[in-house]
Ligand binder design. Sequence first.
Ligand code: EPZ
Length: 419
Amino acid sequence: MENNQRLVVEGGYPLLGTTRVSGAKNAALPILAACILTTGDFRIANIPPLMDIKVMIKMLNALGVRAEYLANDQVVIRNNRKIRHIAPYELVTAMRASFFVAGPILARTGFAKVPLPGGCAIGIRPLDIHINGFKAMGVDINIEHGFVQMTAKSLRGARIYLDFPSVGATENIMMAATLADGTTIIENAAQEPEIDDLANFLIQAGACIEGAGSSTITIQGVSRLVGRDYAVIPDRVEVGTLMIAAAVTRGDVCIKGAVPDHIEPIIRKLKDAGVGVDVTPTDIRVVGSDTITSVDIETMPFPGFPTDMQAQFMALLSIARGIGIVTERIFENRFMHVSELMRLGADIRVDQRQAIVKGVPQLWGAEVKITDLRAGAALIIAGLVANGQTRIYGLDHLRRGYYELPQKLERLGARIHLI
Ligand code: EPZ
């Protein structure tokens, strides 16, 4: 999509029917990085063809791992060559998650030179928790000229306490620990389902990992890992986004291939708001009601309410009955969608980490701009229910994290198209 392209949404049409969730971007990215740790030829399935995924595939090829994207959401990995230890600048700055390659490169080669990824719209995104973890494992770290240079004559297991249960730091340290000498214990680890998925991929390749998905993960280093075919978990954020879109349009949508346990906080909060939600082990059905009542949400590390669903839920609160308080505890600057929602007529006041959302009877179509990935989803949701036409710019953000979201919504009855 070129930059001047925009989405045009006609509000007022209920979403009806069945859709299927794609693979999880935030599980696929660390699992692709983990391919650096393994040797052999294998395939990873259920990987959506997103821009971020394509950056990570370029990264793998630049490091010596042959990775090729096939049409049917599969990536073929052939990893039998020497691993290079310098991650290209233009790829790391294109996508922050590229820093996930630091741990694997270090574990394979004893040396890694990775550009500092820099911040993004939602925050400065420091790396201190990653770096402190590597230091505890005996890595010499030197940060200069915008690069993180890491040297480890021998990577050794260590007991590491994370100051914050950082998802990326947990993944980076866990990956490095799989080939370290001895045992690593990560305490106060992140518990997101994507961590568990990464651990399952590594265990299948021969890693000794216990406790992934809990706050304490124990990794016993092994000498080598051999990759095996694997399929990535479904994208819980896409599921939550589709659920909220169905709720606000008073629709009736069944989402196939979802894992309800991964999205429990959204199910609970939507039910508290008066939305009908029925689940089976693999599907979630959402039936929107005439009145949605306001609830409060506070983003927390898993199993709390996910920060990646904050913007989308705020769009729902904009047209709920009452006042809902949104507290963002994870990122310091994740309210940029507020000003865009206000252009659509939302009544929101921000005070530091809190946004007070006073529900209005009606939103009105307008021109709006996407500032970050999940804010884009929030604006589409608001456009689906706004009176009239909403034109949404800045679509590259959307393309980073949602595979064909507009198309999925259109197939469910939304009046949404690209111009
Ligand atoms: C992952 O980012 C996700 N990205 C994010 O999704 C998600 O919002 C985030 O986890 C929280 O769930 C991927 O998985 C690719 P963190 P990550 O390290 O790992 C601070 C999306 O929309 N922190 O858990 O970068 C950090 O500043 C994206 O798909 C440190 O202070 O998140 C933040 O305030 C957006 N020092 C908090 O921790 C560190 O060394 C949570 O960050 C690392 C993090």
